[in-house]
Write a protein that binds this ligand. Structure first.
Ligand SMILES: NC(=O)c1ccc[n+]([C@@H]2O[C@H](COP(=O)([O-])OP(=O)(O)OC[C@H]3O[C@@H](n4cnc5c(N)ncnc54)[C@H](OP(=O)(O)O)[C@@H]3O)[C@@H](O)[C@H]2O)c1
Length: 241
């Protein structure tokens, strides 16, 4: 399949999970990809596999992110797509949540996404077309458990800011999509010992989607006819409530 030949796409959160699977899928469909995350070795391996470009960056740092996005655009020749997949989760009830964890989720899931997008906009405008695909979550719309309330709030923010951005970038012929999966089998809960993380980590292989399935939907969004905007895409395994 070469549906995405001629496209130039930056994928954040590409050292793992959905971002990694997305970079693979987009490259397999003909896109030039730039991959971004903090872990260099994983990114380098992926970039080599995808014939793409790796840039190590913490999206919480706005200045570093601007420089990283510019570097990717230059190295792959242009930017007409951004997939914002960098994200973190730290389940906890509001009453018990560690303030550092709360800050981290807001910083990566909301501010980081804004930093990447702000840095990408001049490149997308210069290209005169493009896509921004923002990873939200089913938790941004409906919670399965109260411990996902703060994470869900960061994802609800992704829905709202994506809607503003969609309207903002329409006249530049840049489409904006919010993609909200339910449970996906990725390392996102790795190393977290709270009961909700353990439960979701155990459930993901049987009740979750695969990262490759989510990546396939992202490829479909990018490959849609130019006037067709996937405003919101919600994805759930039939095996999840
Ligand atoms: N898995 C699920 O069940 C699920 C469901 C719905 C939505 N989502 C969303 O989908 C997205 C991808 O999640 P995933 O499941 O693929 O998780 P994952 O496997 O843990 O991947 C998260 C990615 O984000 C990157 N990242 C984290 N903090 C970063 C930072 N400060 N700067 C740059 N990159 C950073 C990580 O790379 P480094 O550590 O190398 O920086 C990693 O590549 C997230 O937005 C998540 O909220 C996941």
């Amino acid at each position: 399949m070469t549906r995405l030949a001629g496209r130039h796409v930056l994928v954040t959160g590409a050292s793992s999970g959905i971002g990694q699977a997305t970079a693979r899928r987009l490259a397999a469909e003909g896109a030039r990809v730039g991959v971004l995350a903090r872990r260099g070795p994983e990114l380098e391996r992926l970039a080599e596999e995808c014939d793409g470009v790796a840039v190590v960056c913490d999206v919480v740092d706005a200045e570093a992110t601007r420089a990283a996005v510019d570097r990717v655009a230059e190295a792959i020749g242009a930017l007409d797509g951004v997939v914002n997949a960098a994200g973190v989760v730290r389940p906890a009830r509001v009453a018990d949540a560690d303030p550092g964890d709360v800050r981290r989720m807001l910083e990566v899931n909301v501010l980081g996404l804004v930093h990447v997008t702000q840095a990408a906009i001049p490149h997308l405008r210069a290209r005169g077309r493009g896509d921004v695909v923002n990873l939200s979550s089913m938790s941004g719309r409906r919670l399965q458990t109260p411990e996902m309330g703060i994470y869900g709030a960061t994802k609800a923010a992704v829905h709202t800011l994506s809607e503003g951005l969609r309207r903002e970038l329409r006249e530049d012929r840049v489409r904006v999509t919010t993609l909200a999966p339910g449970l996906v089998d990725t390392p996102i809960f790795e190393g977290l010992e709270d009961p909700v993380s353990q439960r979701l980590r155990d459930a993901a292989p049987r009740a979750g989607l695969t990262a490759a399935e989510v990546a396939g939907s992202i490829a479909d969004v990018l490959a849609a006819p130019e006037h067709l905007v996937h405003v919101e895409v919600a994805l759930l395994s039939l095996d999840q409530d």
